[in-house]
Design a protein around this ligand. Structure first.
Ligand code: FNR
Length: 364
């Protein structure tokens, strides 16, 4: 037991966050935890779940709920996936390899970042559940196309185009620390492209390389280079959701990038119902940002989501216990979801409707 070990096994995602904070350097912690600007959007993601309340259905005769669900033709053990995050190698040398193994062990999908610290091929070799590739579209389209083709050849099953980052938000914690990546942490999939150099500051690199003028024609371009399903990550409004459906996307992820992009954007739980109603079942709607408990997953389902993605808690599990830590974090959320569904009289994911939402308590 270390000085910082409180002497009990972590039981919640908050317990894992506390352990992770003690386990990593403060600059790394701030890179992971921080948001853009004054972090209003970051806080609002958590606050929205904090205010949400579930209304149990009593005497529903449920017994053991079934958390399993199908998304894009694949069965997930629970409506929970791993959000794309750069550089898992910042907190554990096995990085995305350990995360992929944990995702496989729990039967949950893993969205791998363009900025993964291991190669797509190595991650795929460790995986046994669905892998999706998160795509940042670079001005160099041939580089973007090559990344997609490599992931496709390695067995990735979908593309997640991040649309909320024409440039990176100003993350003041990183700027104040002068945060740079340690020499051992590199974007493993960009090394050979000539873009693998100069990655000391992730912000500066992104500003230089991202296509800042991306428009709706990018969906046609993705279709022209790949036959994989395309999801858009970072949609927050009904009008954009309708436009995306009209453009034929295969899924939407309601996301504000964990509060790391536009500070002042709505919380994702607040944005979700409008997007879900605009989509009206035309494609799956996922949500991420601030999900920290099984009850938050059930609240998201009741608000119109088909599934959620978990971000920072996965890195907390990885920092604390590698593969086993990630598996525990995912297992805790799945167990808590089972409990919340049982206590809410909800037999299945499809059974989680808006009647489960109690009126929100007023903000203080
Ligand atoms: C991210 N996120 C992100 N998103 C993306 O599309 N590509 C990326 O490379 C990254 N990288 C990244 C790194 C780190 C350290 C964090 C914390 C987040 C955003 C991520 O996919 C997701 O939208 C949020 O993290 C979800 O919010 P929570 O669960 O972290 O609150």
């Amino acid at each position: 037991m270390t000085d910082t070990d409180p002497g009990f096994a972590p039981l919640t995602l908050a317990d894992y966050a506390e352990r992770a904070r003690a386990a990593v350097p403060v600059k790394t912690w701030d890179f992971i935890e921080g948001g853009a600007g004054d972090e209003r959007t970051l806080r609002s993601n958590a606050d929205a779940f904090e205010r949400a309340r579930l209304l149990p259905r009593v005497l529903a005769g449920v017994g053991l709920p079934d958390t399993g669900t199908r998304v894009l033709g694949r069965t997930w053990a629970a409506p929970v996936g791993i959000a794309p995050m750069a550089y898992h190698t910042l907190v554990h040398e096995q990085g995305e390899i350990a995360t992929a193994r944990a995702a496989g062990a729990t039967g949950l999908p893993f969205v791998v970042s363009t900025f993964a610290g291991h190669t797509f091929e190595d991650i795929a070799a460790a995986a046994s559940s669905p892998l999706w590739l998160q795509v940042y579209c670079f001005r160099d389209r041939s580089l973007t196309r090559e990344l997609i083709h490599r992931a496709e050849r390695a067995g990735f099953e979908a593309l997640v185009l991040t649309v909320d980052a024409p440039r990176l938000g100003r993350r003041l914690r990183d700027l104040r620390h002068g945060f740079t990546l340690p020499p051992t942490v590199r974007p493993a999939n960009l090394q050979d492209s000539g873009s693998g150099t100069g990655f000391g500051s992730p912000m500066e690199h992104a500003l230089a390389e991202f296509d800042a003028a991306l428009d709706w024609s990018v969906i046609g371009w993705l279709r022209s280079v790949s036959s994989l399903p395309v999801l858009l990550k970072g949609v927050l409004g009904g009008a954009d959701a309708r436009r995306a459906v009209d453009a034929g996307v295969d899924g939407l992820i309601v996301s504000n990038h964990g509060g790391r992009q536009l500070d002042g954007a709505p919380s994702t739980l607040d944005a979700l119902p409008e997007v879900a109603s605009a989509v009206a079942g035309a494609c799956p709607v996922l949500v991420d940002g601030g999900v920290r408990r099984g009850a938050d997953v059930l609240t998201s389902l009741a608000s119109g989501a088909d599934a959620v993605l978990l971000g920072r808690p996965v890195l907390h599990g990885l920092a604390v216990g590698g593969e086993e830590g990630v598996a525990r974090v995912l297992g805790i959320v799945a167990d808590e979801l089972t409990e919340a569904m049982a206590l809410c009289g909800t037999a299945s994911v499809a059974d989680a409707g808006p009647d489960l939402l109690a009126p929100r308590t007023a903000p203080p």
